[in-house]
Design a protein. Structure first.
Length: 634
């Protein structure tokens, strides 16, 4: 059947056809109709005592019965004044038109059962006796309050103010009421009594929020003799209550009924919806489905589904287990709210991390958002450490922060986040991938750092600005010493007055002066590769001249002009090589030496002037040009 209502009706009709007795008057009754023992087919329950022979108190003279407080299928509850104690009480009796022996016996049984259950959430029974009309009555505490359905149907009822002030919201208030009902049932179950008609209509609320589970009229004792009866409320009753063998009824039957009340709180309707008893019975046999979209109610939905399992053995083992689930939800309610707030922060962090990674937002904003996220998750996990949704969200947040830290090369922060993820139990594969990426990035950064450091060292080694002042002083020594030599030669009368051997000694003197200057300024002259090369070029040039002149003298060369021309070519070769290896401006100097050598060979009479003047002018010009270049770069 495509129509679930039709299917439920058909199943309910099939059940009623098989059931013993005439159900014609009940099949089309409202689904919320309470089925009592007097409406059951067959003989009355054998567990109920007969009215005859029961010793009941004579209460006629002590009770002044007033207006009716409520009526049901068999019974009526009236307000009365108990004269002996001068107090208002509630008196429950059997309505005159339903006052059969079986109904009166059921009332006596209810009085005895309820009277044996002294509990804060069960209405106290003051007396069991005969009322003014001679029929059995139960004298109970009068409850100043309302029935639970009345409260649920009146959103503006004054009691809501008190309940919401205590719990914060109406669902939590309903769960607290249901916890009190569990307390009453747990007490009854410990004494072997099952209520069998737990529903909102049988819960009364005092004006100060007191909770009472009432109407124990169809309660039964666990392990009692089987009775062929159909009792309960079709909109709520457990499937085993439709079994002719009542031995299946037990504490887990009341667990099912608690699940039905929870269903009503979560959805606003009983578990076996439907317009008639027939349809409700069919739904009870078909089973209950429960879907609630609010994620904050997920634990309650799971508890209701478990309690409404068709097979009793699949339900929670006791009302205490149901109570534990309800109390756990109440305790975690604040944690759930904190968790939802924290989870909202995750999306904010993820969006901001994407902006930061793309360079469209400041990392400081992400750090602030991450700190706020950390605080909220800390509070949520402190309230409920095992909240799987919050744990998953926190891991998701940290994974995103880890990825962002990796993008920005904040490896210490990334390692800290990885440790936190490991402690939180994040997915091992994701942790391993993160660890591999972290190691690879560290190695890459170390390689980059080493390369950068090598580049910096090389740049420093070739930095022409290092010891620039000391080099100028060194060049001054060179020019000064050569000027002295030139002055000595001129004072002797020119090249014609000096020999090759004397020029060799004069060159050795200049070389010694340069060596001395290099030694005294060795820290500066050896500070980097450029200075070392410059020093080598100058010293090697002068040493080469000394060696050349001594070699020329040894070879018998007597012409000083020829030796000087050779010197110029040697200097041109050395400085030309230095132009390639040290500083391009040495090329200018090399050209100066080369041109001087050509000119000296062409005009021997000007050899001294060319040897002394042209290179000096060239060197000075190169030094000036070099200084300007350094100033522009520096």
């Amino acid at each position: 059947m495509d129509d679930p209502n039709s299917e439920a009706t058909a199943v309910g009709q099939a059940f009623l056809r098989k059931a013993a007795g005439d159900w014609t008057g009940l099949a089309n009754a409202p689904a919320g109709t309470a089925l009592r023992r007097t409406t059951s087919p067959g003989p009355p329950a054998t567990s109920a005592p007969s009215v005859e022979g029961v010793a009941l108190l004579e209460l006629a003279s002590d009770l002044e019965v007033g207006r009716a407080l409520g009526e049901g299928g068999m019974g009526i509850v009236s307000l009365a004044r108990q004269r002996s104690l001068d107090r208002s009480v509630a008196v429950k009796g059997v309505r005159a038109e339903a006052a059969t022996p079986a109904a009166q016996a059921a009332l006596i049984d209810e009085g005895r059962v309820t009277g044996s259950l002294e509990h804060p959430n069960i209405v106290p029974v003051h007396a069991l006796g005969r009322g003014p009309d001679g029929r059995p009555v139960i004298v109970m505490k009068r409850i100043e309050g309302v029935s639970w359905p009345t409260l649920l149907d009146q959103p503006d009822h004054p009691l809501w103010v008190r309940l919401e002030a205590r719990t914060g919201d109406r669902l939590a208030a309903g769960i607290e009421i249901l916890v009190a009902v569990c307390d009453a049932l747990g007490f009854a179950h410990a004494r072997g009594i099952v209520h069998r008609d737990v529903k909102p209509e049988n819960v009364m609320l005092g004006e100060h929020g007191e909770v009472y589970l009432v109407d124990w009229g169809i309660a039964c004792r666990v392990g009692g003799p089987p009775v062929a009866e159909l009792v309960g409320t079709p909109a709520y009753l457990a499937p085993e209550m439709l079994d002719p063998d009542t031995r299946r009824v037990g504490p887990r039957t009341d667990v099912y009924l608690l699940g039905g009340v929870l269903h009503r709180l979560l959805t606003g309707r009983p578990p076996h919806g439907g317009a008639t008893v027939t349809e409700a019975l069919g739904r009870a046999l078909l089973g209950v489905t429960l879907e609630v979209a609010d994620e904050r109610q997920r634990a309650l939905v799971a508890l209701a589904r478990a309690a409404l399992a068709r097979a009793p053995e699949l339900r929670p083992p006791s009302v205490d287990a149901v109570r534990e689930g309800l109390v756990g939800w109440l305790r975690r309610r604040e944690a759930l709210a904190l968790g939802q707030s924290a989870l909202a922060r995750v999306s904010e962090v993820e969006a901001l991390a994407a902006e930061v990674d793309a360079g469209r937002a400041s990392p400081a904003r992400l750090e602030q958002a991450a700190l706020a996220c950390r605080v909220e998750f800390s509070l949520a996990l402190r309230a409920w450490p095992e909240n799987p949704e919050v744990v998953e969200g926190w891991c998701r947040c940290r994974l995103r922060l880890f990825d962002s830290a990796m993008v920005r090369d904040q490896l210490e922060a990334a390692e800290g986040l990885l440790d936190e993820l490991r402690e939180a139990g994040a997915e091992p594969a994701r942790l391993e991938a993160g660890a591999v990426a972290l190691r690879a990035r560290r190695e890459a950064l170390r390689a980059d750092a080493a390369a950068a450091e090598g580049g910096r060292r090389l740049a420093r080694e070739l930095d022409e600005r290092v010891s620039r002042g000391e080099r100028t002083w060194f060049w001054g020594v060179l020019l000064g010493s050569t000027s002295v030599v030139l002055a000595l030669i001129l004072a002797r009368g020119g090249l014609a007055a000096v020999s090759v051997l004397e020029t060799a000694f004069l060159a050795a003197g200049v070389d010694a002066a340069l060596l001395g200057a290099a030694f005294l300024g060795r820290r500066a002259m050896l500070a980097n590769a450029f200075n070392r090369r410059m020093t080598w070029v100058v010293l090697w040039s002068m040493t080469a001249l000394v060696l050349h002149r001594f070699a020329a003298y040894g070879a018998g060369e007597q012409r000083v002009e020829a030796v000087l021309v050779g010197d110029l070519w040697i200097l041109a070769g050395i400085t030309g090589t230095a132009a390639l290896a040290v500083q391009p401006l040495f090329g200018v100097v090399a050209c100066g030496f080369g041109l001087s050598a050509v000119a000296a060979a062409r005009w021997p009479a000007f050899t001294l002037e060319l040897f002394a003047g042209a290179p000096v002018v060239t060197v000075v010009a190169a030094m000036v040009a070099h200084g300007r270049s350094l100033r522009r770069r520096g």
